[in-house]
Design a protein around this ligand. Structure first.
Ligand SMILES: [Zn+2]
Length: 575
């Protein structure tokens, strides 16, 4: 992203209005001078908790925590990539995105790979039409011609150099085929086709570009499924088969079903379940989950009903746990023994299948189900072990309604009172008390000067221009970050909160910044400047204290020179 000049992005954010952008897509209500509210487009809710601040050019959802500036909103809402978003916004305000050399270079390395995968997909599709055997196979699996076309299914002929001959006419093209993972290099220097005599499933990225293939053997043979290797445009642990088609088929995804194979996804689509995805031969990774959560708040994992399926489900549970929160619905569905999603939906049809989906185990039920399998609740010892084990997981959840529910359920099952359990865990606050603590309200008197200065600066970047004294030297963990913020705000006189955040996109401070931006300060707007300058004075005092402490320590250890002694006296007197 550094290939679009930062100055241009700042200019763009200055011209775009977040409220206009959002109100063109959602019904939004004005609540006070700068504050607008809407029902959150990123999670399901009935009462609006999605707030948009016009002065800050920043949105924040009190329900699910989604937040950001105009770029973030468009990326998430329209499912666009960063560069596409910049282009879209630029078009809206009539600016042209300046291209730098760097981006042209970058395009040159991957663009030919996307081109060759697209050409290969078209080639495989054409070959399918010429292969009655492959067509028969798909028919026998119950797939219609329409669905085969929708997913771009093809066939790789049973020959060693078909693709190579078709596209590998020059050394450069041979290299491209190899880089895209479509051919394999022989020891003697020649090449041969990777996929032979297989049904070909093109794998799309979110934008619909073909990034790789899965190939399934038609008759017997190993391996049954063969995927493209990792290439510059294809990373297995990140992509989800069917996500592109699900996004195409649904304006808003109420839920996503995660299944195991390509054929499952396609069969489900054919029967009207057009919200299914599959991982590409790997277990669910945090990266997958992160992707899915960009589009929906409800995920149903579908597993085989056998022991292997249960184990896979628990692995998925462990990936979900750290990301779990109150607004998220995670369910686990186990198929009847011997069934695949593909066979089940074919036999039962859409409605009955969705009925089964609605009966899937909830996050809570699955958790206790799994824990109880190894527990012995008949003895006190067994119950204690069960409690301890379960707590290891429950403690990983953020405080909230879900955690509270799990604790109550655990208390019931372990036959102790909820109060006892909460005492054991030091978990004594009630939900409502925590709600207030998490309510993101902060009074200026109850926080440190640095934190207050950070919050005020992020929310009112223009404050940077009101500091007349040089900033003190101070050794505190977040202080260098504060100095950097001041610097950027001074360089960009019209910066909004949303614009400021943009400087930290995909950097580790991004989260902290968003948090600072979303705190609600109990300060009247007119007092903001005074509070800020007061906080800066507080910082100067802390810096003095640090010097005094350092000198006192030195005095105790090795003594002070006369000059230092008078400096110390002066410092203490100033205090
Ligand atoms: Zn939300």
């Amino acid at each position: 992203m550094d290939h679009i000049p930062r100055e241009f992005i700042s200019l763009l954010l200055d011209k775009v209005d977040l409220v206009d952008l959002i109100s063109a897509r959602l019904p939004i209500k004005k609540k006070s001078a700068n504050n607008f509210f809407a029902c959150c487009p990123f999670h399901n809710e009935k009462t609006p908790s999605f707030s948009v601040n016009q002065a800050k050019q920043f949105y924040y959802c009190f329900g699910c925590g989604e937040h950001g500036n105009a770029i973030d909103f468009l990326m998430k809402y329209d499912h666009l990539g960063f560069v596409e978003t910049i282009e879209t916004l630029a078009r809206q305000v009539g600016l042209e995105v300046p291209r730098t050399q760097h981006q042209e270079d970058k395009q040159d390395t991957t663009a030919p790979l996307y081109a060759i995968t697209a050409e290969a997909a078209a080639f495989y599709q054409a070959q399918l039409k010429k292969s009655p055997r492959a067509i028969d196979y798909l028919k026998q699996r119950g797939l219609s011609g329409t669905i085969a076309k929708q997913f771009g299914l093809g066939y790789a002929p049973a020959q060693w150099e078909q693709l190579l001959q078709q596209f590998g006419d020059t050394a450069q093209n041979k290299q491209k085929l190899l880089q895209a993972g479509l051919t394999i290099k022989k020891e003697d220097g020649g090449y041969y086709d990777r996929f032979r005599d297989r049904i070909m499933f093109p794998i799309h990225d979110r934008r619909g570009r073909i990034i790789g293939f899965g190939g399934r053997i038609i008759d017997q043979g190993e391996p049954k499924y063969l995927n493209s290797p990792e290439t510059p445009i294809f990373q297995k642990g990140q992509e989800l088969y069917g996500l592109y088609q699900s996004l195409q088929a649904n304006r808003k995804l109420n839920r996503l079903l995660v299944v195991e194979g390509y054929m499952d996804v396609i069969a489900l689509f054919q029967h009207g379940i057009n919200y299914a995805v599959a991982t590409l031969g790997t277990a669910t990774t945090p990266h997958h989950l992160h992707q899915l959560l960009r589009y929906t708040n409800e995920i149903i994992f579908c597993f085989d009903g056998d022991e292997a399926g249960r184990r896979a489900a628990w692995r998925a549970f462990e990936v979900v746990l750290p990301m779990m929160h109150d607004e998220l619905q995670i369910k686990f569905m186990f198929l009847p023994e011997g069934d695949d999603p593909d066979t089940l939906v074919a036999r039962e049809g859409k409605e009955r299948f969705e009925e089964q989906l609605s009966k899937a185990l909830t996050f809570t039920n699955f958790f206790f189900h799994h824990q109880l399998q190894q527990a012995d609740l008949s003895s006190m010892d067994g119950r204690a072990r069960f409690t301890a084990q379960a707590l290891v997981y429950i403690k990983q959840l953020a405080p909230g309604v879900l955690q509270e529910m799990l604790l109550d359920e655990l208390a019931k099952k372990a036959r102790i009172t909820a109060e006892q359990l909460k005492q054991q865990t030091g978990h004594t606050q009630s939900v409502s008390a925590k709600r207030i603590a998490n309510g993101r309200q902060i009074k200026s008197q109850t926080t440190t000067p640095l934190r207050l200065a950070l919050i005020l600066l992020v929310q009112h970047p223009e404050l940077a221009h009101h500091i007349s004294e040089p900033l003190p030297e101070l050794s505190l963990p977040a202080y260098p970050f504060f100095i950097k913020l001041i610097e950027i705000c001074r360089q960009h006189p019209h910066l909004t909160t949303g614009g400021l955040l943009e400087f930290w996109r995909e950097q580790k401070e991004e989260k902290l910044l968003a948090k600072l931006a979303s705190w609600e300060l109990v300060i009247p707007e007119t007092g903001v400047k005074e509070e800020f300058l007061g906080a800066i004075r507080g910082l100067t005092r802390s810096a003095h204290d640090q010097v005094i402490q350092r000198m006192l320590a030195k005095a105790a250890q090795q003594g002070l020179s006369d000059e230092e002694k008078s400096q110390l006296t002066q410092l203490i007197a100033d205090k």
